[in-house]
Design a binder for this molecule. Structure first.
Ligand code: DP6
Length: 400
């Protein structure tokens, strides 16, 4: 008996121009275009195995070993249904193909980073789901076509179908057929872009992106200004900066857009706060670090950005990462030694030094645990189809 199974992995992406607001909540159509950097799957990824079999009674999904309910009409069921529909089209054109579209599927997905880290896993998760089903069904679809389906799982997931620098074009059609991800530049164009993720501890249960952005759409007047006047211009300017490998412009726009996203969150009624004192202290450190560089006649050396939570992502050219890690560790002492995947410190520990001329008074040092982890990564590639040895489902079609 033939086994129909495929495994794929997909990356996390962190936006520089933020998606915040839907014009259609069912199809997940945004109120503005957005742009992100795909992070390296060597460090952060979701892996998914999908299998179709005539003996399976119903579609089932396991996430990090626990079974999740696939709710009728929910986002998961929509993505699976759309992928089966695409498979059906292929089967209709070639009668010799097995009728996989009529079989139920078992799907098993795992993240290689702890969910507790508060890193968005829905983007990599839905991208890996769509990539593994596309491999299972042998679909002739492009990443942009697959992004149309991942988008219906979670908006930001559509951008994880590409590596490098990715735009989600908002589109204008009511059916959403032109609201898709496109590559602005592959990672090979600008591999020097690295990222330091500062995992900030957070006790309170935050407002989810889905409900938060809907409240913003309903109540914020500032959002309307952002949609109409700010984002279109920024999308052009940051795309040009990426094409020109102009980090100074890239950084300026990224920080402005993070700030404006958090401003529209504050402009929501009732207001939404995603950043905390630790997040704001990291902003102060990056601002001062850049001030020193510019005062010496140079350009911006780092850019912060924050999503719907307190974690900071700091983008910078690789050559600056050592200084940035030193700076963060000085103010946010770490319980664990810095995992140094790029061997910046060559075995020597992080000293917690600041650059000459740095005004140490811009922030107060915090105690151990305020930043509970640092992840150094870089721009990465798009989804990968993996070999059978990486499968997450056993021969019985259940999680291994
Ligand atoms: C702040 O994609 O998680 O990270 O479409 O409702 O699933 P849904 O929302 P989601 O929102 C992400 C918001 C953001 C900005 C961004 O990634 O562009």
């Amino acid at each position: 008996m033939a086994i129909y199974q495929a495994t794929a992995s997909a990356p996390v992406n962190i936006a520089c121009i933020k998606y915040w607001g839907k014009r259609d909540t069912k199809l997940i159509l945004p109120t503005n275009s957005s742009l992100s950097v795909t992070l390296d799957q060597d460090h952060l990824r979701s892996t998914t195995t999908s299998r179709a079999d005539p003996s399976f009674e119903k579609d089932r999904l396991w996430l990090n070993s626990a079974e999740e309910e696939i709710k009728e009409g929910g986002r998961l069921s929509t993505c699976i249904r759309e992928m089966k529909r695409m498979r059906k089209e292929v089967e209709n054109k070639d009668a010799s193909l097995p009728k996989l579209s009529t079989y139920a599927v078992h799907i098993c997905s795992r993240n290689n980073f702890p969910t507790a880290a508060g890193l968005a896993s829905s983007a990599s998760g839905f991208a890996a789901l769509v990539a593994s089903l596309a491999a299972l069904y042998q679909l002739p679809a492009s990443p942009s076509e697959l992004s149309l389906i991942a988008r219906q799982g979670s908006g930001s997931a559509c951008r994880s179908l590409f590596g490098g620098f990715v735009a989600w074009e908002m589109g204008s059609k009511p059916d959403g057929s032109d609201s898709l991800a496109v590559e602005v530049a592959p990672r090979e164009h600008w591999p020097d872009i690295h990222a330091l993720i500062c995992v900030v501890s957070d006790d309170k249960k935050g407002t989810s992106s889905t409900s938060g952005m809907q409240r913003t759409v309903e109540t914020s007047t500032l959002l309307q200004h952002r949609i109409k006047y700010v984002v279109p211009e920024r999308m052009e300017a940051i795309s040009a900066a990426i094409r020109a490998r102009d980090f100074d412009s890239f950084a300026r726009i990224t920080m402005q857009d993070s700030n404006q996203f958090h401003a529209v969150a504050l402009d929501t009624d009732p207001p939404i706060f995603y950043m905390n004192d630790v997040s704001r202290a990291i902003i102060a450190l990056i601002v001062e670090y850049n001030r020193v560089a510019v005062a010496a006649g140079g350009k911006l050396k780092a850019a912060y950005t924050y999503d719907a939570g307190p974690n900071a992502v700091i983008y910078a050219p690789k050559e600056n990462l050592k200084e940035i890690v030193e700076l963060i560790v000085k103010y946010f002492p770490q319980a664990e030694p810095f995992k140094d995947p790029f061997a910046l410190f060559g075995g020597a520990g992080v000293q917690g030094r600041v650059v000459d001329g740095f005004n140490a008074a811009v922030a107060k040092p915090f105690s151990v645990g305020a930043v509970k982890g640092l992840i150094h990564t870089r721009v990465g590639d798009g989804p990968r189809v993996l070999g059978a040895e990486e499968a997450l489902l056993g021969s019985d079609g259940l999680p291994k």
